[in-house]
Design a protein around this ligand. Structure first.
Ligand SMILES: Cc1ncc(C[n+]2csc(CCOP(=O)(O)OP(=O)(O)O)c2C)c(N)n1
Ligand SMILES: [Mg+2]
Length: 566
């Protein structure tokens, strides 16, 4: 068996039937083996296109997916996706072609020895859980096994396996017992501690103003049912992080939407006043806590459940109790402890929150101009009752989708770039979502700026006849950065008044139905047409360039206040 065959065997052993690639000479041996052994090959138009499509499949299936790129420029082009997967906990197996071991630079004081050689391991080390560099074909079976194990275990994330040409092409032969163990980030997970569970329940029972804060950890652990049981048993309000949206149905009367930098002000108020915040599977990023770390949770106690011990040990937020556990086990233990026990009546607290809902609604003026929020709300309404995967780019439109679209895992799923905040996530993630879930309605809300980062992937939409609906919210502006510049420096160089192409005409050039929407009255007919059309549709919406993300939690503000309100 060749080294490349051993790699493909590992795919098959782990249920990977499709790999995501952009080709090059140094991955040709694995491509040959994959074809001979019946593994489907999805070929994007750019390495980011391949990587994000794999990332979407991994997020939706919860299982590691394979992206494979060639050495040199293939590697440098994939780094953004790998970083995205690392920061947002997505299990990816990143296979990179490499020059033969005899041509590798090693420790020589040269810039390069082999053609298209880069030090892949060094480039990817800061954004991967583990790095593997097989020196001989016999190393491959063990390393591939470990790669799949590490990517999926504990807090998921990407791993890289750098594949020198001669290692792929050589005979595997005898497989020696491996004594090499890669660096592992997760310390082993102990069971849920019953004394800690009793303590949380005691605090909950004596609380007057509890709030649950749900993060993406709930979704990764597939613990949305356990979360719902806890919240509904006690009628406890639930706020969600940007990536956690959908962990709890956002249309529920108990849901506060999301909180933080661009979240709902009433959610911020609830967190500010809460006397018990139960944080489940969220790292409490600065975007959701604001910069006043001292103030977060100052109204009472903070309890955290997380399976990444490092997040608990190095948090900027004070915590009164840390449960090192996965969200599902911890929530199940809390629910078991509550069985048959009545919790206090928190209706006064909920009424107080409901008054804030009315005081700080997510309004926007319908002053004649076409508002992006209106497009999103209309798409939300028209897609009701369907299985939806909603994807966004990065920018103001991302925040509006998070605010105005309803999520409820697993029927209304949200995929967005959180920690890395990478423009260009949008279109290729929509593609990967549609490949992974052919029956789902995939909606891609994307800004004019974000779309252009990976616009070449329209070719893959057309080629694979993927019925994604791409809704371009074109404000002729790199909106959220322009808003930031204007707020601080009163002008927006490079970000305002952008020249844009006719995106509907571009879609048409790819053989994709393109529609243009300029006014409020055109929104619903265009969306309805898109939803009934069996193939892909791009709707180019010319939205109000003056619309800003308001309100916003600014540096120095506590959670209860959001600019421009006090
Ligand atoms: C790859 C990348 N480059 C730059 C940025 C910085 N950035 C964040 S949002 C944004 C503007 C996004 O513009 P657009 O997609 O039109 O969305 P809008 O804010 O206008 O809705 C920029 C430039 C980024 N997040 N990612
Ligand atoms: Mg824009």
């Amino acid at each position: 068996m060749l080294g490349s065959d051993a790699i493909v065997e590992a795919f098959q052993h782990h249920g990977v039937s499709r790999i995501f690639i952009f080709p090059g000479g140094t991955i040709a041996p694995v491509l040959d083996s994959a074809t001979r052994r019946g593994v489907e090959i999805y070929c994007a138009r750019h390495e980011q296109g391949a990587g994000y499509a794999a990332l979407a499949t991994a997020r939706l299936s919860g299982r590691p997916q394979v992206v494979m790129v060639t050495s040199g420029p293939g590697v440098t082009n994939i780094i953004t996706v790998v970083a995205d997967a690392y920061f947002d906990s997505t299990p990816l197996i990143v296979l990179t072609g490499q020059v033969g071991t005899g041509d590798m630079l090693g420790n020589l004081p040269l810039r390069q020895r082999g053609f298209q050689e880069v030090d892949t391991i060094a480039l990817l080390r800061p954004v991967t859980k583990a790095q593997f560099l097989p020196k001989k074909p016999a190393d491959l079976p063990g390393m591939m096994e470990q790669a799949f194990e590490v990517a999926a275990s504990g807090r998921p994330g990407p791993v890289v396996v750098d594949l020198p040409m001669n290692v792929q092409r050589g005979e595997v032969g005898e497989i020696p017992g491996s004594d090499e163990h890669p660096a592992r980030d997760g310390k082993s997970l102990h069971g849920v501690n019953p004394a800690q569970i009793r303590q949380v329940l005691e605090w909950l029972e004596s609380s007057r103003k509890p709030v649950i804060l749900a993060g993406q950890g709930v979704l990764i652990a597939r613990a949305q049912r356990e979360l719902r049981a806890l919240a509904e048993h006690g009628q406890i309000p639930v706020t969600q992080s940007l990536l956690g949206l959908g962990a709890f149905p956002t249309a529920s009367p108990l849901a506060l939407g999301f909180h933080g930098h661009t979240g709902n002000q009433y959610a911020g108020r609830a967190l500010h006043e809460a006397d018990l915040i139960l944080v489940v599977g969220s790292r409490l990023d600065v975007r959701q806590t604001g910069s006043r770390f001292d103030d977060f949770g100052s109204g009472g106690r903070v309890v955290r459940i997380d399976l990444d011990l490092a997040e608990l040990e190095h948090s900027r937020i004070r915590s009164d109790l840390n449960l090192h556990a996965d969200a599902r086990s911890a929530l199940a233990a809390l629910n078991a402890g509550l069985a048959g026990r009545a919790l206090p009546d928190w209706s006064k607290w909920r009424e107080r929150i409901d008054r804030w809902r009315k005081e700080f609604p997510l309004n926007y003026d319908m002053d004649g101009a076409l508002k992006p929020q209106f497009v999103i709300e209309t798409a939300n309404r028209l897609s009701g009752g369907r299985s939806v995967i909603c994807v966004s780019g990065v920018g103001s439109h991302q925040q509006w989708v998070a605010r105005h679209f309803d999520f409820d895992y697993p029927t209304r799923i949200w995929l967005t770039s959180g920690g890395h905040g990478a423009m260009g996530f949008d279109l290729p993630v929509a593609i990967g979502s549609q490949l992974a879930c052919p029956e789902a309605q995939v909606l891609c809300f994307v800004g004019d700026g974000s779309l252009q980062i990976n616009i070449q992937e329209l070719a893959a939409v057309a080629e694979n006849k993927l019925p994604v609906k791409i809704i371009v919210l074109d404000n002729r502006r790199l909106g959220i950065v322009s808003q930031f510049q204007k707020f601080n420096w009163k002008s927006d160089p490079a970000c305002g008044e952008k020249w844009n192409p006719d995106f509907a005409a571009i879609a048409a050039a790819y053989g994709i139905t393109g529609l243009t929407v300029r006014s409020v009255s055109e929104v619903e007919p265009a969306l309805k047409k898109a939803f009934v059309e069996p193939g892909p549709v791009l709707i180019h919406c010319l939205v109000d360039p003056l619309e800003d993300v308001v309100p916003m939690l600014m540096a120095g503000q506590t959670m209860d206040k959001m600019w421009p309100y006090e």
